[in-house]
Design a protein around this ligand. Structure first.
Ligand code: SIN
Length: 284
């Protein structure tokens, strides 16, 4: 489709992502909203500032990109809006309202599932004055910058992902899984180099946390390789660091990016983000 005149953009960084300027999603017409979806698909990530969307409006908005996906853990979703998950360090009546530091560490969302989520959207409700940036890595650019011989060595490798391992070993919020969660989240195997179904672009697609081995390679060599590739793909030249403002919507395509949250002084500041996911398909 051609971009409607109501959509004006600037890159998040040269060649990656788009900030959509001066657009109020509550007032946008159908053609403009279709243009927002199209902009997302062409740029790998979008940013919209100064939005005011309730959990219900966020649920309607994410549905324009595909089927909203359920969250693995249910305790921090809104009762009436189960597709909206809260990330927060806020405590109300002695109970946390959200998962705290949930996304710290380079990863791609839901990589422990056979069909990982296509997209993640974060909406900033309250943000610290410093820290808590979210960083996105452009894994297509990282792949394309590799020498051809290195690409040939890596293409075709398969990674073993484990939710059970991830939850038991992660730095923040580690826990043993219930039998029900274990049964719902068996180990899965995904390519290290992922092909984008829309246009065939290839992306380097490692992840930390969920990966326990590279198939056919002993550890520690296998995990060292994964770490080496994550370090490579997340260099400044491939990344965009987002500094949050209240009302920001940042959304990224998990099929061609990695991301990480970052820490903040949680004794001084409150952070509250609403997260939504779009269902994805089987990586190849
Ligand atoms: C996430 O990884 O889903 C959240 C990242 C963040 O909180 O900045």
């Amino acid at each position: 489709m051609s971009t409607p005149a109501t959509i004006r953009t600037q890159p998040l960084k040269p060649g990656f992502g788009a900030e959509i300027l001066d657009l109020d999603l509550r007032r946008a017409d159908e053609e403009t909203l279709a243009g927002v979806v199209d902009t997302f698909h062409r740029h790998g990530a979008i940013l919209l500032r100064d939005q005011q969307l309730s959990p219900g409006e966020l649920t309607d908005f994410i549905a324009r990109f595909g089927e909203p996906e359920d969250h693995t853990l249910k305790e921090y979703t809104f009762e009436d809006f189960p597709k909206v998950y809260r990330l927060s360090n806020r405590v109300v009546d002695g109970r946390p309202i959200g998962a705290h530091n949930d996304g710290v560490g380079w990863h791609t969302d839901y990589s422990y599932k056979a069909e990982p989520v296509m997209a993640t959207m974060l909406f900033a409700v309250e943000v610290p004055a410093e820290g808590s940036d979210t960083i996105l890595a452009d894994c297509v650019a990282a792949w394309e910058a590799l020498p051809k011989e290195r690409q040939a060595e890596l293409d075709g490798k398969v990674l073993h992902h484990s939710y059970q391992h991830f939850m038991a070993s992660r730095e923040y919020g580690a826990r043993e899984l219930s039998d029900e969660l274990k049964a719902e989240n068996p180990d899965v195997f995904h390519p290290l180099v992922r092909t984008h179904p829309a246009d065939g672009r290839k992306a380097l697609w490692p992840s930390t946390g969920t990966v326990i081995e590279v198939m056919g390679m002993p550890n520690p060599e296998g995990l060292d390789l994964v770490q080496e590739l994550v370090d490579y793909a997340t260099q400044d030249r491939f990344t965009y660091r987002h500094k949050w403002q209240v009302g920001d919507i940042l959304m990224w395509d998990n099929r061609c990016t990695l991301h990480t949250g970052t820490l903040f002084d949680d004794t001084k500041y409150i952070r509250e983000m609403h997260r939504l996911w779009v269902r994805g398909d089987r990586p190849y």
